[in-house]
Design a protein around this ligand. Structure first.
Ligand code: APR
Length: 319
């Protein structure tokens, strides 16, 4: 039997997710949105491209959680995106309320699903989602690290004129301005990035600028679009996580995962490399961090903690 992926939120990211999943024939797709017409319309539009693109999956739209029952994967993008000048943290109040409704909707209908959250502010929203739904921690993850790493790799590739496929890197920590580009784990054609700096192929200043641009990568797009935030790259990143789970690929991917002592932190969600297979988050990979990376990672976790404390003030049931 074909697998079932439910997309909660059929907006810009939700629609793009549905299209990518269909093109890859990864699973049947249920688009859920409080605006049922958007979910139904997008499902029908994508389904009508199946004769052209030659894919064979079912797509449907709904605003009824019963139709999402027994999903294998749920990807959540329900919520409000940023407007120019806003930080992700500014979305906390409104998206927290939305995620509470979503948690109620999915916890009884798909108790065994692998749940990928994309709604911002990511780390705090995914942590709230886990608490509201009570679903197991290794089955609830946040998508951010793949996107941030992908942006970083793209910028490096443009600067160094090296194909993206030849660059390996990770961006870890919270999905905010304090995210940490792991320069110590960045390799280009198998060579450490620091070698490139030593050889003068990229200046330290340029590298710092690229790290900064990565941190502000989302805001750069919000500024261009004016009416919404990035959706192609976020959707592609979410699909990579879903695929690793459904096909048991056991890929190592940077995701917002629940830490239980790893990297020295407990009971907090933050971006770390994890192995995703058919059991969900099967392992958290602990990289050796340099002193500077450790310091920056701690600062990033601190900002997630601070924002979660703000969330607890908004909704005391999170305490
Ligand atoms: N349940 C289901 N869907 C909801 C709910 C809800 N309670 N509240 C809002 N939605 C739907 C909206 O109707 C809308 O169609 O969520 C959708 C969000 O779509 P967009 O506004 O296009 O936003 P998008 O760009 O997809 O981003 C969604 O992901 O990256 C984050 O910061 C981004 O938080 C934002 C989220």
């Amino acid at each position: 039997m074909r697998k079932k992926i439910t997309l909660i939120g059929a907006g810009q990211i939700g629609g793009t997710l549905a299209h990518l999943i269909a093109l890859k024939e990864l699973a049947d797709v249920v688009l859920f949105d409080v605006a049922a017409g958007i979910a139904k319309g997008k499902a029908l539009d994508i389904a009508q491209s199946s004769p052209v693109n030659g894919f064979n999956v079912n797509l449907s739209g709904t605003d009824n959680y019963e139709d999402t029952k027994n999903s294998d994967v749920i990807i959540i993008t329900a919520g409000v995106p940023r407007k120019p000048g806003m930080t992700r943290d500014d979305l906390l109040g409104i998206n927290l309320k939305i995620i509470k409704q979503v948690a109620q909707g999915i916890k009884n209908t798909s108790p065994n699903a692998f749940v990928i959250c994309i709604t911002n502010p990511l780390d705090v929203i995914v942590m709230a989602l886990q608490k509201y739904s009570g679903l197991s921690k290794n089955k609830i993850v946040g998508m951010a690290g793949i996107l941030d790493s992908s942006r970083f790799i793209y910028f490096l590739s443009q600067e160094l004129k090296v194909p993206v496929q030849k660059i390996k890197s990770f961006v870890l920590g919270g999905h905010g301005d304090s995210m940490v580009a792991m320069l110590g784990s960045t390799e280009i054609e198998g060579k450490k990035i620091q070698e490139f700096v030593k050889e003068g192929k990229i200046s330290k200043e340029k590298l710092d600028q690229i790290v900064e641009r990565t941190k502000k990568g989302g805001a750069e797009i919000v500024k261009f679009l004016e009416k919404g935030s990035a959706f192609y790259a976020p959707a592609a990143s979410g699909v990579e996580m879903a695929e690793s789970y459904l096909k048991d690929l056991k890929k190592q991917l940077p995701c917002a995962a629940h830490l239980n002592g790893e990297y020295g932190f407990k009971d907090i969600y933050a971006g770390v490399p994890v192995i995703i297979g058919n059991k969900g988050v099967e392992k958290i990979v602990e990289l050796n961090l340099s002193d500077e990376e450790k310091k920056n990672f701690s600062l990033s976790i601190k900002s997630v903690e601070d924002l979660f404390n703000a969330a607890k003030k908004i909704d005391s049931s999170l305490a």
